[in-house]
Design a protein around this ligand. Structure first.
Ligand code: SIN
Length: 461
């Protein structure tokens, strides 16, 4: 029996568990992989926050609404931008080593659709700097019990209230499905961009939390709003490694093979237009020209600046024989982030009592139809800390134990043939979603895709 269960080992899970440990004595942190393997760990660009005196939360608020195409929840955006500074101070106190200028002020970069330089970073591996620091604190916290390789399957429901989770210890699957009890369950399971064949996410980003919440009857919203990042590495055989938007923020040009900065024809901000605009512009340009990729030209950035800001990108490009100092990087758009998810209020509460959600698996409405760059890490910290503060008020630890968890979900160990068929189905589904429900969608394509999903005879789409 725990006071709270947090599912997910990325930034939102780690931080929420730490915040909850201030008010609860027994917090379980469950992760289906090893701790900190997550999309947050892969986050490059940074974390948006107003720390510069010439910037203001009002400008951050307006930029967020504009990027969200008028579909953000204004209250959630206000909570986000006004809560940012306090979270940055906490992260610095925890030891996160953000880049700084010589005078020790925090270094800020620019990303698309921001009207100011307001993105804090740790070179081009900001997520890793955050997640490793948080994981370190979690590891030393006697109030948090970490269960790695524990796959949550479903929620335990009692009279419509969430009372914990059913899960499988992947290290000893023969022990069968286990029930873990807690009056508070937080899903911090990240997004599901792995459903697209072309994506920038780690393999763990399969949207499990949203599916679990949906099966429990929780309200889900905005799943159609998926963000496609315009610049993923496009080299035959290479995974769609993200080439951070900060590269464009630092001055790189997005060009086609003739050197044309074609995005300016679609938007006056060119390559620094909102992400959805740039991705669509690249998509249409590739369709119109028949080219396979466009290019990021880093020649406008001084070489020593490139070396200082993008060591990880340089390293990955070298692995694929691209010398980004002397040649442009081939890129195409790829699925990157899910704006939708488990509907929550601005305190993280879902429509199921006892169930909460935070981070990419949650949908507070803060991102509208298109998230402003680097608001996602910020969201994890602002909403994770609010959730804990709220629970300390309304949900004191009361040691309630459910009577009977009911029957454990059926979880047969797949045979080798089933595993093969499932892998093929997964591959086909990813291709289908990419081609039929990707960057630019049409009714006919969506209908065809749906028909394939519901037909019994699923030859490859
Ligand atoms: C990037 O570094 O381009 C990604 C940042 C984000 O997704 O906000």
């Amino acid at each position: 029996m725990f006071d709270a269960i947090v599912v997910g080992g990325g930034a939102s899970g780690l931080y929420t568990a730490l915040c909850l440990s201030h008010c609860y004595a027994r917090v379980a942190l469950l992760t289906k992989d090893n701790l900190s393997i997550s999309a947050s760990d892969w986050a490059q660009g940074g974390i948006a926050a107003v720390v510069d005196p010439t910037d203001s939360p009002q400008l951050h608020y307006e930029d967020t609404l504009r990027a969200g195409v008028g579909l953000c929840e204004p209250e959630a955006v206000s909570v986000l931008v006004h809560g940012a500074r306090a979270q940055i101070e906490t992260l610095v106190d925890l030891g996160v080593a953000f880049d700084r200028h010589r005078d020790q002020t925090l270094a800020l970069t620019l990303e698309a659709a921001h009207s100011r330089r307001r993105v804090l970073h740790a070179a081009d591996a900001t997520g890793r700097a955050l997640v490793s620091t948080l994981a370190d604190h979690v590891g030393k916290n006697a109030r948090i019990e970490v269960l790695e390789q524990f796959l949550v399957l479903d929620l335990i429901l009692e009279d419509g209230r969430c009372m914990g989770v059913w899960g499988l210890d992947l290290r000893s699957p023969t022990t069968g499905v286990r029930a873990l009890w807690a009056p508070v369950t937080v899903l911090a399971t990240g997004g599901g961009a792995q459903v697209f064949a072309q994506n920038t996410n780690p393999p763990a980003s399969t949207g499990d939390g949203v599916a679990i919440a949906w099966r429990a009857g929780a309200a889900i919203r905005d799943l159609e709003f998926v963000q496609f990042h315009p610049t993923a590495l496009a080299v035959p055989g290479a995974p769609r490694f993200l080439i951070s938007e900060a590269v464009r923020g630092e001055g790189a040009h997005l060009v086609d093979r003739t050197g044309d900065r074609f995005v300016f024809r679609d938007h006056p901000q060119g390559e620094l237009a909102p992400r959805d605009v740039v991705s669509r512009s690249v998509f249409h340009h590739l369709e119109a020209t028949g080219a396979k990729t466009v290019f990021l030209d880093l020649s406008p950035i001084a070489p020593d600046r490139i070396a200082y800001r993008f060591p990880n990108i340089i390293h990955i490009c070298q692995q694929w024989r691209i010398d980004l100092y002397s040649q442009p990087i081939p890129v195409t758009p790829a699925a990157h982030y899910c704006m939708g998810g488990i509907a929550t209020d601005v305190w993280g509460a879902t429509s199921v009592p006892g169930l909460y959600a935070v981070g990419e698996s949650a949908s507070t409405g803060v991102h509208g139809a298109n998230r402003l760059a680097s608001n996602s890490l910020l969201e994890c910290f602002v909403f994770g800390s609010r959730l804990a503060a709220h629970l300390a008020e309304v949900e004191p630890s009361h040691g309630r134990r459910g009577v009977d968890p009911g029957t454990a979900p059926h979880w047969p160990a797949p045979s080798p043939e089933t595993t093969g068929a499932l892998n093929q189905l997964k591959y086909d589904l990813q291709e289908l979603v990419w081609h039929h429900a990707g960057i630019c969608r049409h009714g006919d394509h969506l209908r065809e895709g749906l028909e394939w999903c519901s037909s019994g005879d699923r030859t490859s789409p």
